[in-house]
Design a binder for this molecule. Structure first.
Ligand SMILES: [Fe+2]
Length: 146
C-alpha cells in the first residue's frame, strides 16, 4: 500500500499522497517519506498468528450512542488478544481515518490505560480505518464500512 509517513510524528497518510501539512503535528510536506511497508499486513489474513492477533485493531461500530442523538460510536481495541500496556511495550496511539482522510488521533500511555479508544462520529457512512502503533512491533490497520 502506498503510504507516506511523517518523520516528525509518525502519521501515516493512506490516500496515496503526502499532505501539504501533517494533520497531526503540522509538519510540512517535505517531512513525509514514502514507505510502502509502513503499515504491516498479516501474512495470511485467514490464519492470524498470535502476534497479529495482538496488533490488528478490532473495530466495533454502534449506531446508537449513549451521549449524543444521531451519533455513531466507534470502539476500537488492540486486538483480538489484548495487547500489553507496559512501560517497555505498549500501543502509543491510534489514528482514525474516514474515507482515507485523517479524523483523529488518540494518544495512549502505558500502565493506566487499556489498549483501546472510542470516537463519536457525526458521519454515518463511509470507510473507517484505524491504524495503531506499537512501540516495538510497528503499525497495523483495520478497515470497516460504516
Ligand atoms: Fe506489540
Amino acid at each position: 500500500m502506498k503510504t507516506y509517513v511523517c518523520k516528525v510524528c509518525g502519521y501515516r497518510s493512506i490516500n496515496g499522497r503526502a499532505p501539504e501539512k501533517c494533520p497531526v503535528c503540522g509538519a510540512p510536506k517535505s517531512s513525509f517519506e514514502e514507505k510502502n511497508d509502513a503499515i504491516k499486513a498479516p501474512a495470511d489474513p485467514k490464519n492470524l498468528t498470535e502476534l497479529e492477533k495482538k496488533h490488528i485493531p478490532v473495530i466495533l461500530v454502534l449506531k446508537k450512542c449513549g451521549l449524543i442523538e444521531g451519533c455513531t460510536d466507534v470502539h476500537v481495541k488492540m486486538g483480538e488478544i489484548l495487547h500489553p500496556m507496559e512501560a517497555k511495550h505498549f500501543i502509543t496511539h491510534i489514528d482514525f481515518y474516514l474515507d482515507k482522510e485523517f479524523l483523529s488521533r488518540i494518544i495512549l500511555t502505558p500502565e493506566k490505560l487499556n489498549p483501546a479508544g472510542a470516537l463519536h462520529l457525526k458521519a454515518n457512512k463511509g470507510t473507517l480505518t484505524a491504524v495503531e502503533l506499537c512501540n516495538i512491533h510497528g503499525a497495523w490497520m483495520k478497515e470497516v464500512t460504516l
